[in-house]
Design a protein around this ligand. Structure first.
Ligand code: 48F
Length: 260
């Protein structure tokens, strides 16, 4: 068989367009492909939700690749290790309820599990705004990250989604947009994002889970985003809270979708 460059291009273009066209109308749009977004995406896809993830970088995984200070090992606590193990990540007991995992194995396996469950992924795509109707988030405004980076004057595209998850980590990029556009209306005590507090590992892990919830009609926060929105502390390179938060966001949204 003689390879034909045109055929290769056609396959790529057609397959990508199919994916993109089928993602213009979603049950759930997840912004950010770190550990929280990946677990939420896998859980929702496993249940049968139509769910897509938009990640601004070329690779998914967010802050998990680098372990702690580029030592590529992560720590999880007893309650969360099951999430790693159920996708096939090997964990190593370290005594007293601490478990470690290789961060590269953890990220690559979570990505694989999420995509194989049916999560559609659009990498190199930045969510720059939300679509809003009568005070409810009903979708995302997306653009290619290189367009955003280069400052080209190109209009974005919009997609609809019944729910959006801000899993953008410390930056809470989606929450910040909503805060700017409808000031004082977030479901936080002050109506605005409280901002993340300095490191307190134990409290942060508890609060990440508690803070995983709807922050504006149609918009949920998961992972570090939850603490940055509701004023919880950061936790450093322990990742159990991220995994459990992604799972909680998926369960809440699945219920809000009617659990079908
Ligand atoms: O930061 P990130 O890994 O978020 P997470 O899932 O996990 C946090 C931990 O990694 C770590 C921690 C635990 O110890 O505190 O920081 O809560 O992943 C967030 C992802 O969102 C992407 C970003 O590139 C990263 O991969 N992202 C941020 N803003 C946008 C975005 C945006 N506007 N559009 C698309 N992706």
């Amino acid at each position: 068989m003689e390879l034909d460059e045109r055929r290769i291009s056609r396959v790529i273009i057609e397959r990508f367009m199919e994916k993109l066209l089928d993602s213009v109308d979603l049950d759930v749009a997840i912004v950010g492909g770190g550990p929280a977004g990946l677990v939420a995406g896998r859980d929702l896809a496993m249940r049968g939700a139509k769910v897509a993830m938009f990640e601004r970088k070329l690779s998914l995984g967010g802050g998990m690749w680098g372990g702690g200070m580029m030592f590529n090992e992560i720590v999880v606590q007893e309650e969360a290790k099951g999430i790693l193990e159920e996708v096939g990540v090997r964990t190593v007991p370290q005594g007293d309820g601490y478990f470690s995992a290789d961060s590269v194995e953890a990220v690559s396996t979570l990505i694989s599990a999420a995509t194989r469950a049916g999560l559609r992924v659009f990498n190199c795509v930045t969510a720059e705004d939300v679509v809003m109707r009568e005070d409810r988030v009903i979708g995302l405004v997306i653009t290619w990250t290189p367009v955003e980076m280069s400052g080209l004057h190109v209009d974005p595209l919009a997609i609809r989604s019944r729910f959006v998850i801000d899993a953008t980590g410390h930056d809470i990029n989606v929450v910040r947009v909503v805060e700017r556009k409808v000031p004082g209306r977030l479901f936080t005590p002050t109506g605005v994002a409280e901002g993340e507090k300095s490191l307190w590992c134990h409290r942060a892990e508890q609060l990440t889970l508690e803070n995983t919830r709807e922050v504006f009609p149609g918009l949920y926060v998961a992972g570090m985003s939850a603490n940055a929105t509701f004023g919880g502390p950061r936790m450093g390179p322990i990742f159990g809270g991220m995994l459990l938060s992604g799972r909680k966001a998926a369960s809440m949204i699945w219920e809000a979708l009617g659990g079908r």
